[in-house]
Each structure stands twice: as C-alpha cells, then as structure tokens.
Design a protein around this ligand. Structure first.
Ligand code: SF4
Length: 387
C-alpha cells in the first residue's frame, strides 16, 4: 500500500504517540477537527468520525485556557492520537502538552507575544515543554503567515522565505538537541507547495515532511490540486505524513481522510493522473478547510454559494479567497483578487489589499458579483489570448 523505504527519502523516525513518521514507515494520514473545541460533544464526535474514516492522527485548534480545559476532556474520551495547533499563542504549550502527542507551532506567529524574548528563547520553551511531556513537534510554515524577518531578508520572495524559515527552526531545534520534529511548508498554490518542499528536502532529506495544500478549497478542485502536488512529491520520495484540506460540512470531514488514502493508494501502484489541461487557468476559488475558529457555520455554505454564483466567470483569471475566520482571514486573502472572511454576523470583503467593507451573509453574494463584474470588465478573458 505504501511506498517502500528505498523509494523514499532517508528521513529519521519521529514517534507521535503510538505511530511513527519517517524512516520508511507508512505515510501517516491526518485531518483536523473543524468544530468549536469547547463544544466537547461535537469535538469528540468529530474526532471519532475522522478516526473512523481511517486517520492515524487528528489535530485540534486551541486558542485559550478554556479550549485547553475542553481538550483535556476530549483527551479522556478518545483513544485517538492527538495533535494541537498552537496558532499565535505558543505560550499555551505548557497547558496543552500533557494532553496531546504532538504540537504544531508556526514560526510566523512567534513574534506576536513577549516581544522582549528572542525567537530562540521561545523555541527553547516549546521544545523543553514537548520533551517534558513526551510530545513530538511540527514546525508548520504557512504562506499566509511567513515570519516577517524572513520576508524582509528575502525581499518579499515568499517561496525562499518559507524554506529559509523552516530551515532556521530546524537548526534551532537541532542545536537544542531536540530531534523529534517534522516540518510542513504549505501554500494554497500547489506548484509552490511542490517547489518549496523540493527545495527543503534537498537541504534536509533527513527531516520528515508533512505535506498539504492549504486552503485547497472544495471538491473536486481542492482534491485535484492536492493530488497533483502529492503525486509529484511522493513520487520523488518526499513526504511522510499528509493532510488533504477540503472545505466540506463538518459531518463530511472524513472525506479528507478517504481522499488522502485513495491518492496514496494510487501513487503506490503507479496510477498517476496527469495535470488536467488548463488547470491553472481561469477562475480559481480557494477556501480554508475550517476549524474551531469558524464563528458562523454559514461559512461552508457561503463558500459553496460563491462557487456556484461565480461559475459564469470560469474563463477569467480571477482568484477569490473565502476564509472562515477573522483571525487568519485578512492575512490569508492577501494574494487574492477578491478576499472574503467570515465573522459571526457579517462577511468582510476586500479587493486586493483594499478593504471594501462588511456585508451581511444575505448581502455578500450580490456585492461580490459587482466586484467580479468590474474585474471582468477591466480584463479580457484568456480565451481571447490575453492571459
Ligand atoms: S482561516 Fe480561520 S477558520 Fe479557516 S482554517 Fe484557518 S484558522 Fe481555521
């Protein structure tokens, strides 16, 4: 089912609870609970649903001490291998670590708190906490939140900054004698995912990689983008664990796992799908897979409605980003032509970097259409040769 060790990069073994990542172990499949963490019943249900679909590991987002309390109860009620996203609040590591098998921190978020401390001091705190509680770590670098120091150093060259940031954090952990970590380098553009993972693996073939196309969007497009990225990387021996990120209703989250298993099975038997013609041309809708930060579940429906409403613009090279929360929404929509992110009662809209305002869930589609029409009026469709 999985590729043999000889076909894969010689990564070292990283133990996460009862599973092993790297060193030729089967590629682990993971997914993330999209429910509000403090809704314990819903979160336990979500974890069990993801495990029943065949996941090796489930991630949960934790933003506050109340989330940690809920996490502790979830931990008691499930035997699943659990990972946690520390998001901006890396200081929660000491509260979180006793309850989980792995923690993910984002190097791009470490500058938010305790500005008097160095990055190395903050990483040391996370590593010591992980060590004390028998946790593995993931250095999770993300296109929407790259370390500003790296962006400055590489003059805004995203891809180079992402790889440099991951390498810097590997070096920090190595220097501390902490080797139980994996790395992820994610972007919503599958080509960039392939490029940055290749570049990283060239430098550090020993470090297990977690692969994923972030904000891949809804099926089937989100699945296709992810499949082509995984095919290219895994065929080259890169990748020890994967997550397929899809914008689907909470009850369908198991699909992230079944799709991942299907892609891995196909790759293992050499069944590759070629890149569909015109895949990167025309309308591109990216949307986040949602997580506990979603404040209004109408987000999923909105993402689907945006896709339906904008179908008439499919020939036009327009990127629309639809994000589930106000925390990461503003940053994660930066590269889109039109960006939407959801609050409890309103949806924010921006055109490139320019905020256009907040609109109710009932108004937003009409307002978005005005902007899509304006963009089309200002551009020729690629069908006419202008691309
Ligand atoms: S954009 Fe917000 S809601 Fe969506 S996955 Fe990221 S943190 Fe979660």
């Amino acid at each position: 089912m999985s590729q043999t060790a000889s076909q894969r990069n010689p990564t070292r073994a990283v133990r996460v609870g009862g599973i092993q990542m790297g060193a030729g172990a089967p590629i682990a499949v993971q997914s993330m609970a999209a429910t509000r963490t403090q809704d314990i019943e819903a979160t336990v249900r979500q974890v069990e649903l993801i495990m029943a679909a065949g996941a090796d590991l489930v991630r949960i987002a934790v933003d506050s001490s109340k989330d940690v309390e809920a996490l502790a109860t979830v931990r008691e009620r499930t035997g699943a291998t659990l990972s946690v996203d520390l998001q901006e609040n890396y200081r929660l590591a000491s509260e979180v670590a006793p309850h989980v098998d792995k923690m993910r921190y984002n190097p791009g978020h470490l500058h938010h708190h305790e500005k008097e401390k160095t990055i190395a001091q903050k990483v040391a705190f996370i590593a010591e906490t992980a060590e004390r509680h028998d946790c593995a770590l993931r250095i999770g670098v993300n296109c929407g939140s790259v370390d500003p120091r790296m962006m400055e150093r590489y003059d805004g060259d995203h891809a180079t900054a992402i790889v440099a940031s991951a390498l810097e954090h590997c070096a920090l952990l190595d220097a501390m004698g902490f080797s139980r970590y994996v790395v992820s380098l994610k972007d919503s553009d599958w080509k960039k995912v392939v490029a940055v993972n290749r570049a990283f693996a060239q430098e550090r073939p020993d470090v297990p990689l977690h692969l994923g196309v972030t904000e891949a969007g809804m099926p089937p497009d989100g699945i296709i983008k992810t499949r082509v990225a995984f095919e290219q990387l895994i065929a080259e021996g890169i990748g020890d664990t994967v997550r397929v990120s899809l914008t689907v209703p909470f009850d369908d989250k198991g699909q992230e796992v079944t799709v991942a298993r299907e892609i891995l099975r196909d790759i293992a038997v050499g069944r590759f799908r070629s890149v569909p013609p015109g895949m990167d041309e025309g309308l591109n809708i990216i949307s986040c897979p949602s997580c506990s930060r979603v404040e209004n579940e109408r987000f999923i429906e909105l993402a689907q409605d945006v896709k339906t409403m904008t179908a008439y613009a499919k020939e036009h090279d327009i990127t629309i980003a639809v994000m589930g929360c106000r925390v990461n929404g503003p940053g994660e929509t930066d590269d889109a032509d039109l960006g939407l992110w959801c609050g409890p009662t309103a949806v924010n809209l921006k055109k490139g970097p320019e905020p256009l305002g907040q609109y109710s869930y009932d108004e937003i589609l009409g307002r978005l259409k005005v902007e899509v029409d304006a963009l089309i009026a200002g551009r020729a469709p690629h069908a006419t040769g202008v691309h």
